[in-house]
Design a binder for this molecule. Structure first.
Ligand code: NAD
Ligand code: FES
Length: 295
């Protein structure tokens, strides 16, 4: 069992939990995720890692309840325990595993949308601790939905906050800030965009226009997180990939976002899943979960 040490609301419907998970805390890296199962009958819930403390043996998760399982998790309090907390899963961010001296030469821009701010934070923090201060754009619908601002301020080079309604920071969506920064003469070698699918799609369209290579995290399309369900199948360039096994991070300029969003909507119904299984045949799921798909 994995004990919840802290449970707090960061905003309405956005919850942060520190969970005692010594083995995960010891080896996890920014960009990876864990799978939570609350009890014997519970669904698997893949959640990105928002922070970790190797000494205390804790892992921080930040989530927005959207289905029965995440609402059940949201009702748990400090002192309660989770049955399974499996990880770390997925590949760490390539900025973290790449050649640090090369990464230090790059001007990096992170773009975080809403709850996507949580998986951005450990990457920016890791880079800061290794001598790289990246710029960060954080966007939310309105002031009360901006999360982790103080934490982010401590580790970011420049932090640009923006709200869709202009109630805090700049006014407009994150894509407007990317364009404004470019117009102000800022140059970036790489962008990492994490948030809702639609945001990542439009970020990629913007950065493509500006010639900035862009990494995105395809966590939102995961369901079981094991390579078996076929929910996170996506086309990257001309290859079939699975977000949970081959990602979650990919070259955003190569992703077919329209197909991924259409599949995500279809996957929600039994009929849609049956149709996807029929059309995609052997490539529908990621096989054993380690082979990268039945190609
Ligand atoms: P949201 O809908 O409030 O959007 C956040 C910001 O994204 C907006 O303020 C805006 O700046 C930008 N954005 C949204 N639509 C845009 C568009 N069409 N063009 C340009 N910019 C746009 O975000 P939310 O409600 O916090 O998002 C929840 C979603 O985030 C869920 O779908 C969840 O799956 C996803 N999420 C993704 C990750 C990941 O790893 N990619 C991690 C956690 C959560
Ligand atoms: Fe099920 Fe990736 S989430 S195959």
């Amino acid at each position: 069992m994995f004990k919840i040490l802290k449970a707090e609301h960061l905003a309405e419907n956005i919850i942060l939990m520190d969970v005692e998970a010594k083995r995960v805390a010891k080896s996890c890296l920014p960009g990876q995720f864990i799978i939570v199962r609350l009890d014997e009958k519970g669904e698997r819930i893949p959640l990105t890692i928002a922070d970790y403390d190797r000494e205390k043996g804790t892992v921080t998760i930040v989530f927005q309840p959207i289905g029965a399982s995440t609402y059940q998790l949201a009702d748990m309090k400090a002192g309660d325990s989770i049955l399974d907390f499996v990880g770390p899963l997925g590949r760490p961010s390539e900025l973290i595993t790449g050649d640090l001296e090369e990464v230090k030469k790059k001007k990096i821009l992170f773009v975080a949308g809403g709850v996507g701010t949580a998986p951005v934070y450990p990457q920016v923090k890791w880079l800061h601790e290794h001598g790289v201060d990246a710029d960060v754009i954080v966007g939310a619908k309105t002031k009360s939905l901006i999360i982790m601002e103080d934490m982010m301020k401590k580790v970011a080079g420049n932090l640009y906050i923006t709200t869709d309604d202009g109630s805090y920071g700049r006014n407009g969506m994150v894509t407007k800030v990317i364009e404004d920064l470019a117009a102000e003469g800022k140059h970036y070698d790489v962008c990492v965009s994490i948030g809702p699918m639609i945001m990542m799609k439009f970020c990629c369209l913007t950065t493509k226009k500006l010639g900035i290579p862009t990494i995105v995290s395809m966590n939102p399309i995961m369901v079981d997180g094991t390579g078996m369900c076929g929910a996170c199948r996506l086309t990257v360039g001309d290859e079939v990939k699975f977000a949970c096994v081959d990602g979650p991070e990919f070259d955003g300029h190569k992703i077919n976002f329209d197909e991924a969003m259409k599949r995500q909507a279809m996957y929600k119904t039994e009929e849609g899943r049956a149709l996807l299984r029929y059309k995609e045949g052997k490539t529908h799921h990621g096989g054993c979960g380690f082979c990268g798909g039945d190609k």
